[in-house]
Design a protein around this ligand. Structure first.
Ligand code: MF3
Ligand code: CO
Length: 299
């Protein structure tokens, strides 16, 4: 039995760094975002953009593809598959549709998807570690298609996961959906954080404060920055705003640390994390979830 909170937070051993394979190639014909060659992310705009219908149309395509490939990544999960193998599946699915995998070389990120196992909160790098029976794993799939980024994330169970793990996954998705329901034209961004926080409280999980949702379209990460906890940020939501809602819930304490790879964010106490993410657009009537898969009508 490992001494790292194994009894409290499922039966897994702590996640440790494994081998990272060589960088994958993106075919020359695929349009790349500005950071793709250098790894340098240009400064984000300071104000929130109200996107035109034409941009919303392109976002529907990019987000729809991101969602289809997220569903493919989740469906590829089985005991023994490595996250590196899933990265290759995501990379080839996106590039074969003419899309650039947004994470690849974003601020130097070395892979095409983020894969975050058990106590990894987010930004896990796919590697040679096989998924084990009892793990939970999230995939954050994002892609650049026709000049805009689609972005979404989901968490699945590997084999037989304990009840607490299943509850964590269910609660996190419920938190995301409560945040989406609170995102209405004329309401305030604070309502989103409050709605998510309430769900975390109900299940006795912590909603992570360190990582936020974000505006997304031609720029990958832009204002508004969306806190998944009670806050007093004043931002009135208006039609044409496009942003993600992507809460991470954790068991235990949310204190976190980042590995020396400068990406992998893990809980200090070994509590597991789950994450769900949709990209939405505020409309005149309410909002529209952009990251939907027509073949899988469940949000
Ligand atoms: N897709 C993530 C998000 O939800 C960001 C990943 S950036 C990466 O915002 F470089 F880490 F991949
Ligand atoms: Co995001």
């Amino acid at each position: 039995m490992n001494k790292f909170s194994a009894e409290t937070f499922g039966s897994h051993f702590p996640i440790s760094p494994h081998e990272i394979s060589t960088k994958l190639n993106v075919p020359a014909g695929i349009a790349k975002p500005p950071y793709a060659l250098t790894g340098e992310v240009p400064p984000a705009p300071h104000a929130v953009t109200l996107q035109k219908p034409e941009v919303v149309n392109r976002m529907r395509e990019a987000c729809g593809l991101a969602r289809e490939v997220l569903d493919l990544a989740c469906a590829s999960v089985e005991v023994g598959i490595t996250t590196d193998e899933i990265d290759k599946i995501v990379h080839s699915a996106l590039t074969s549709c003419g899309a650039y995998p947004s994470p690849l070389n974003y601020a130097g990120f070395p892979k095409s998807v983020c894969s975050s196992v058990n106590e990894v909160i987010c930004h896990g790098i796919p590697d040679s570690r096989p998924l084990l029976d009892g793990d939970i794993v999230s995939f954050d799939v994002s892609c650049y298609l026709d000049g805009v980024h689609g972005d979404n994330c989901g968490t699945v169970a590997v084999g037989n996961v304990d009840e607490a793990g299943h509850t964590l996954i269910k609660a996190t998705k419920e938190g995301m959906m409560a945040g989406i329901a609170a995102a209405q034209p004329g309401s305030c961004l604070t309502a989103v954080g409050a709605a998510i926080h309430e769900v975390a409280d109900k299940y006795n999980f912590s909603s992570v404060r360190k990582y936020c949702g974000h505006g997304v379209a031609d720029v990958f990460h832009a204002p508004p920055y969306v806190k998944h906890f009670r806050n007093s940020d004043e931002c009135m939501l208006l039609p044409g705003m496009i942003f993600t809602i992507e809460p991470m819930f954790v068991e235990g304490n949310q204190a976190s640390t980042t590995w020396s790879d400068n990406w992998t964010a893990v809980t200090v106490d070994g509590g597991r994390a789950a994450q769900f993410e949709h990209a939405i657009v505020i409309t005149e009537e309410g909002n529209e979830i952009l990251t939907l898969n027509p073949n899988n009508p469940i949000p």
